[in-house]
Design a protein around this ligand. Structure first.
Ligand code: APR
Length: 262
């Protein structure tokens, strides 16, 4: 058996023997659905200055401009479809006895692919939060304009204060309940998948260290190396929408790409 085949067999065996799976995803997981990443050459932060569009000070200095960027992202997300990577991860949620997916993504493609056991650690593009009392609302429950003006900015139903996107911006805390769930999931898993994240922000969350401390096998799916690649037992340098259904078919025989698969 060649070394390459041996390595592939070890990878397949890891998927077959896993009982407790923790998945950690970033913007790359949604790239093949047409949504931009942040730090790649065509990424969001090349077009939009994160100091304006991803900090509270930036928002308060120009809420109309920031809200209209998020309205544009909501339209992009609504037009996007889950890709085979999202679909494979949703299948894994059904298949494994213990499963948790923690995503940095604020789109709803994991949910729309059917993933149930998941937490969003950087917030949700479809939600807004009252700046005064912190109440959270789904923007789709409001009749909001596609383009805000200073007179039509979204306000809290209860107290009338300005609402902000319910997104975790730089310098802000990750939601505690989501973080605690992700730390527990990574600490007990026997297989951890890292899909589509540079690890630039999340390196500090420690999920890969917790998984390693539990003796988990760590698999990274990302065309490029990143800050977390050094933790990976297996690094698959392919797009998630290609690699995940391919590995799943090798490990289980299930062909999630065939329309006949139910
Ligand atoms: N499949 C898998 N990975 C991909 C794909 C793909 N098809 N296309 C690109 N990638 C990888 C890139 O190689 C890169 O490593 O996705 C990663 C995207 O990295 P970032 O743009 O840094 O996005 P992310 O890691 O999710 O950023 C984390 O930073 O700005 C904050 O809050 C924001 O949640 C975001 C966080």
């Amino acid at each position: 058996m060649s070394k390459k085949t041996a390595v592939q067999q070890q990878l397949i065996d890891a998927f077959r023997s896993a009982k407790r799976v923790f998945v950690f995803t970033g913007a790359g997981a949604s790239k093949e659905s047409g949504l931009p990443t942040f730090r790649e050459v065509d990424g969001e932060w090349r077009q939009y200055d994160p100091m304006t569009f991803a900090t509270l000070d930036g928002f308060l200095s120009d809420p109309v401009r920031v809200w209209n960027m998020y309205r544009m992202r909501q339209r992009q997300i609504a037009q996007a479809q889950p890709n085979p990577g999202h679909i494979t991860l949703a299948r894994m949620d059904q298949y494994y006895p213990d499963f948790l997916l923690a995503t940095q993504n604020v789109d709803d493609l994991h949910e729309r692919a059917g993933t149930k056991r998941m937490v969003k650690i950087h917030g949700d593009a479809w939600q807004m939060r009252c700046l005064r009392a912190g109440d959270v609302f789904d923007v789709r429950d409001f009749d909001l304009p596609d383009e805000f003006t200073v007179d039509t900015l979204p306000r809290c139903r209860k107290c009338g204060a300005l609402c902000r996107p319910n997104i975790v911006w730089f310098g802000e805390y990750v939601p505690q309940d989501a973080m605690e769930a992700a730390i527990r999931g990574s600490s007990i898993c026997d297989l951890m998948l890292i899909v589509g994240t540079s690890g630039e922000v999340s390196g500090g969350y420690g999920f890969a260290e917790y998984a390693l401390a539990n003796g988990a096998t760590i698999v990274e799916v990302n065309p490029s190396e990143g800050a977390l690649t050094r933790y990976a037992d297996f690094w698959i340098p392919e797009p998630a929408g290609i690699a995940l259904p391919r590995i799943w078919k090798l490990a289980t025989g299930e062909d999630l790409l065939s329309t006949s698969h139910t």
